[in-house]
Design a protein around this ligand. Structure first.
Ligand code: LAN
Length: 729
């Protein structure tokens, strides 16, 4: 174990625990993000801090004040003048990707028990980040940065601070412990927390519902076979079932003994563990178990008592094999941060700490560690590179700013990065690891992570078409053949009802959601159709067919029609669409109206579009903007945010523009609000968190405050001009 000596840290994390002038961000060859701490002054001189470094570290940039914007378009240009400072040399826009508060624990517990060290500066800034994200009133941590404290967030992050050597008497820990005990203590932690604490040996495996690896041995045609689950669920389930199946736990030591005292209000050694399996604190519970799931657990519990050793052995071997495939398919990034650390533990246990696999895991771990103004965090994926560049590129082209001489170089660099990021082949271990095809797709982050995502492929394709085909004098870096490959992927991802899901086709029946074990996440068992994903695909196909009218044109036409049919059906009775990946109705409604506009459905011509516009107008605020809380995603109903949000105002205004809303005033007021919040250097300040996943976890997309502002202002400029022209004419 990588044991840390006790550490003396200030009471609050307000001021950095390290010298922030020494941090530098470097890019790997595929656009991965690695933060370094320079030890010597000489190093600092030869590798000066860039604006990119400074911005993300929250340091002042000292940029010139720009001439005040006289209209929406010049505000958009000022925005881009600023954004250019944040573009990396390789062409993409790096960005922070924090929010979930259950990722650092996996990183730190996983590293601790596999003996993978952190540098002293990383350790200090992780501690500081947790100090800064503790709940300001109650202490403790929620499931995401903006949420109220939960047992899940508090117990796990408490362990992190203790592993890093913070004293249990430190005020942050004293307060967190009080909150933890008040919420029910660690015994009431949700399933994934029970797992991490069991691996750390501060919870008993008997307190976990069974996670049998045997399911992998069943025939794949069974409707509940794990290969049919949503990819995030099954990729986490593989190493989880391995570690459960072997009841792996860290060796006892003083820290573990102490944690057993600190995490529980009751005596750890007297806890009735089997009785804890379904014990989940009220503050945590988002998705209660169904009765069916509870019965299933009783049956699986009985199986555990008499599991047949050769079968268990074979299933563990199968799980291990899948872990190796996943590691090798993704350059040891794995699909996401949770599986990343679980896979590492299995590889450390089976392959050993001297193995190549362990070393490669250690190298890839850096891609998930990001320093921000508040300290160091673990990111939700190894970045959101493709997602950000896709929107920025489209914003630039649709606003007309891309044609300006001063912006061209930036767009060409962006195209170079998009070229680099497209996945050129199918996974190394393809069908054997139950993967969807990847040749031609764009991923969410980097090509090494390498997972097809429907909407990332759509947005990537759109961005390339915009830069290559719509702009004069840009090089055609991506051949027609490679564009066809991405279209092939997209056409293969439509579900029978016309919608598009996230990573794959929907493979399992809807009732599998009744077996959701996680308690804190909604809709994780299978893929679902999403209006956002559906839109990205069909808008990409529409733009593609204008450039390449002969390629699979009938299928494209049929796919688009069918998808629009799905979108009609997905509209909520109030008029909006529910957002699964951004907060919330403003996000998805913007996407949906973009799609409808491409098939000629607008406010004047379509009831769907009209109803959606009326819905948005009903929620416009007095100051001209919109503001929705992440709570809307939890309860699937509009919930106002206390403050108007620039990003959501842009989504709503763009939605109206897509729908060709005939009255200029609401759009004008939105433009005014967004312009009024622009800073003298052209930037916008960070406001509330923008994204969400699995209904209950908010996640940050800080680059949205640049991409969508520039995009909306540019579009609004021309649209309002057109409307005014019509009026005058
Ligand atoms: C993401 C991030 C991007 C997001 C969009 C592209 C925006 C979306 O339209 C499709 C789904 C996708 C790719 C997505 C899925 C779930 C992710 C990977 C995340 C929200 C980032 C983090 C999250 C992942 C599940 C976090 C780990 C937690 C688990 C429950 C496994």
């Amino acid at each position: 174990m990588a044991c840390y000596t006790p550490i003396d840290v200030p009471e609050s994390g307000e001021k950095p625990f390290t010298d922030y002038s020494r941090w530098r961000l470097s890019m790997t060859e595929d656009g991965g993000h690695i933060w370094h701490y320079l030890k010597t002054d000489e190093e600092c001189v030869s590798w000066p801090q860039t604006n990119v470094d400074k911005y993300w570290l929250g340091q002042p940039l000292d940029l010139p004040t720009l001439p005040p914007a006289k209209d929406a378009l010049s505000a958009a240009q000022n925005g881009f003048t600023f954004l250019k400072y944040l573009q990396a040399d390789d062409g993409h826009w790096p960005g922070e990707y924090g929010g979930p508060m259950f990722l650092i624990p996996g990183l730190v517990i996983g590293s601790y028990i596999t003996g993978m060290p952190f540098k002293q500066e990383e350790r200090l800034e992780f501690i500081r980040y947790l100090f800064n994200t503790a709940h300001p009133v109650h202490g403790g941590w929620g499931i995401h940065v903006e949420g109220p404290p939960t047992v899940f967030g508090t117990a796990l992050n408490y362990c992190v601070l203790r592993i890093f050597g913070v004293s249990p008497d430190h005020p942050v820990l004293v307060k967190a412990r009080g909150t933890l005990h008040r919420l029910g203590g660690a015994a009431a932690i949700p399933a994934w927390g029970k797992f991490w604490l069991s691996v750390l040996n501060v919870y008993d495996w008997e307190g976990n519902n069974p996670v049998p690896p045997e399911l992998w041995l069943l025939p794949t045609w069974l409707p509940f076979h794990p290969s049919r689950w949503w990819i995030h669920c099954r990729t986490v389930y593989v190493p989880m079932s391995y570690l459960y199946g072997t009841r792996y736990k860290a060796d006892e030591n003083d820290l573990i003994l102490a944690l057993r005292e600190e995490l529980y209000p009751e005596n750890f050694y007297k806890i009735d563990w089997p009785a804890q399996r379904n014990n989940v604190a009220e503050a945590d519970l988002y998705m209660p178990h169904t009765r069916l799931f509870d019965y299933l657990n009783v049956a699986l519990g009985a199986y555990e008592l008499c599991s047949i050793p050769p079968i268990r052995k074979a299933s563990l071997e199968k799980a291990y094999q899948l872990i190796v495939y996943e590691d090798e398919n993704t350059g040891y990034q794995t699909l996401g941060p949770v599986s990343k650390m679980m896979n590492l533990i299995v590889r450390a246990v089976v392959d050993g700490r001297e193995s190549e696999a362990y070393k490669l895991h250690m190298k890839a771990r850096d891609d998930f560690m990001w320093v921000c103004a508040e300290g160091m965090m673990m990111t939700g994926t190894n970045g959101s590179q493709l997602w950000d560049i896709g929107f920025i590129a489209q914003a630039m082209v649709e606003s007309g700013l891309a044609e300006k001489e001063e912006n061209k170089g930036s767009l060409i660099n962006a195209l170079k990065w998009l070229d680099l990021c497209q996945i050129k082949a199918n996974p190394k271990h393809f069908e054997v690891s139950h993967r969807h095809a990847t040749k031609g797709a764009w991923p969410f982050s980097t090509r090494t992570q390498g997972y097809t995502v429907s909407d990332c492929t759509g947005e990537g394709l759109k961005a390339v078409l915009y830069i290559q085909e719509h702009l004069k004098s840009t090089p055609k870096l991506i051949s027609a053949r490679r564009l066809y490959d991405s279209v092939d992927i997209l056409l293969g991802m439509q579900n029978p009802d016309g919608g598009f899901a996230s990573y794959e086709l929907i493979r399992g029946p809807g009732w599998l959601e009744w077996l959701n074990p996680a308690e804190v996440f909604g809709d994780i068992m299978i893929e679902h159709n999403y209006p956002e994903c559906t839109t990205s695909v069909i808008t990409a196909l529409s733009i593609f067919r204008k450039c390449y009218p002969d390629y699979r044109s009938d299928e494209i036409e049929r796919t688009i029609r069918h998808a629009v049919h799905y979108l009609h059906k997905a509209q909520k009775p109030e008029g909006g669409w529910f957002g699964s990946w951004g907060i919330c109705f403003t996000y998805a409604t913007q996407f949906a109206l973009e799609s409808l506009s491409l098939v000629g459905e607008t406010y004047e011509t379509s009831n769907y579009s009209r109803k959606a516009c009326d819905f948005l107008i009903r929620h416009q605020r007095e100051d001209g903007g919109w503001g929705e809380s992440y709570k809307a995603c939890e309860i699937i109903e509009w919930v106002d945010h206390e403050e108007t949000q620039v990003v959501q105002t842009c989504w709503a205004a763009m939605a109206l523009i897509y729908a060709r809303y005939p009255h200029p005033e609401p759009i004008e007021r939105a433009v005014k609000l967004v312009m009024s919040r622009q800073q003298p250097d052209g930037s916008w300040k960070q406001e509330a968190i923008e994204g969400v996943f699995n209904k209950n976890v908010a996640i940050a997309y800080p680059n949205f405050k640049f991409s969508f502002t520039i995009w909306m202002l540019g579009k609004a400029h021309f649209y309002l001009k057109e409307l005014r022209g019509q009026k005058n004419g």
